[in-house]
Design a protein around this ligand. Structure first.
Ligand SMILES: [Zn+2]
Length: 403
């Protein structure tokens, strides 16, 4: 059943009170320079406390990791013993090269088209503001969620979540939240079709250290580090070519990112190393890992793998009838008259930590017709896209909180 929807605000210069308030809050949040490295999160904590008070949500801040507070705003459901809903986003943003920006990256200036320019406008302060503003409207309409809804604001997502979500999920405080389903950040859609991510590629970043016979650069020695390096590199890049041929997102990506070794031009070194960044769809990881181990074995003795990062194994979140949260999300989006595609995310977000725990999690962004500018210069979000996002979240939250 389609219910065509009149999108609310077209004239961003003349907003109604609720929309103006949402925009003001968004811009206030964007003006906090919570930018890596060495972030002071306290201004964010203060801002979110004020927002919680204003919307009428419980406010908690967990400080288990020094300098990396986790903020949770809570809306208690009518059946609080049921597993709860988590709406997640992060407070930190990636660095800027200010000379490449047309606007100051922490001013949240608005151009003549109603675009708000700021680092974090897409990734991820829009989500954090929209969740709270959507709840404000649901409360105003008298909606009461069956399940408790928690809105979380994490630190350290942009440097891998090590000091943020990875530690938070191990805490008693997290366990007490009793989360049954989570929505996390997604990426803006360049066209009219929304995107929902139900899984992420499994990242494995590792060095291959090759040792061999050292000696004078004029000799044709056997068992040299160079031959082993060549063997591994050849096989990795042959494999990479097969993945490129598939011309799809759902493939293993392989890239040589560092190359180390050698002492001087006429000395065959005893050791040289390669570093790779690889990302595999969950279903392909084991096969790929076995291939790498085989090549290292075949390359000869003295070849060792040193793993820098290997994501824990996580199942993709189900996108079928067996997942009632998927049905609720899909129904809400369809009833808004919008299209939605499903995909696997190539990058990493905090969602992967939740999926490792078996919590069904979707990465979602309500932003349509928006150039992807997260981590890029002149990151912006249009005011109408931002406000439409609140409307979209409102219906989605109402749906998933009543599963
Ligand atoms: Zn992000």
């Amino acid at each position: 059943m389609m219910k065509p929807r009149a999108w609310e605000s077209q004239d961003w210069k003349n907003l109604n009170e609720a929309n103006q308030k949402a925009l003001d809050n968004f811009r206030e949040y964007l003006r906090i320079p919570s930018v890596h490295p060495n972030i002071d999160y306290e201004p964010c904590v203060k801002f979110l406390k004020k927002l919680a008070n204003d919307v009428g949500l419980e406010f908690s801040v967990y400080r288990n990791v020094p300098k990396n507070p986790v903020v949770v705003l809570t809306w208690i459901g009518t059946e609080p013993s049921l597993p709860s809903i988590l709406l997640n986003s992060h407070m930190d943003v990636v660095p800027v090269f200010e000379e490449n920006w047309n606007y100051k990256p922490f001013n949240a200036d608005v151009d003549e088209n109603g675009n708000v320019y700021a680092r974090g406008s897409q990734d991820a302060k829009s989500f954090g503001t929209q969740y709270a503003e959507a709840i404000r409207r649901l409360k105003k309409e008298g909606f009461k969620p069956k399940r408790t809804v928690h809105v979380s604001y994490l630190p350290d997502e942009e440097t891998g979540g090590i000091e943020g979500m990875q530690k938070f999920i191990k805490s008693d405080e997290f366990k007490k939240l009793n989360i049954g389903f989570a929505l996390d950040e997604g990426s803006a859609s360049i066209n009219n079709t929304l995107l929902v991510y139900y899984g992420e590629k499994r990242s494995w970043k590792f060095a291959v250290h090759c040792s061999g016979q050292a000696g004078h650069g004029s000799l044709l020695l056997d068992d040299t580090a160079g031959e082993k390096i060549e063997y591994i590199l050849r096989n990795m890049y042959k494999f990479r070519a097969t993945q490129r041929e598939k011309n799809s997102n759902d493939v293993v990506t392989v890239n040589l990112t560092m190359l180390m070794g050698g002492v001087q031009a006429n000395v065959i070194p005893p050791k040289m190393s390669l570093v790779f960044d690889t990302r595999s769809p969950v279903a392909d990881f084991k096969h790929f890992e076995a291939l790498v181990l085989k090549w290292c074995e075949e390359a000869g003795k003295g070849v060792e793998i040193e793993t820098y990062v290997k994501d824990d194994e996580a199942e993709n979140t189900k996108i079928d009838q067996s997942n009632p949260y998927w049905i609720a999300l899909k129904t809400a989006v369809e009833n808004l008259g919008l299209n939605m595609d499903t995909a696997i995310l190539s990058a990493n977000t905090d969602a992967r930590f939740l999926r490792v725990l078996g919590i069904p999690t979707f990465g979602f962004s309500p932003s349509r017709n928006t150039p992807k500018r997260s981590h890029n210069d002149n990151e912006y979000l249009n005011i109408n896209v931002f406000l439409d996002g609140i409307t979209i979240y409102k219906d989605i939250i109402a749906g998933i909180a009543n599963v």
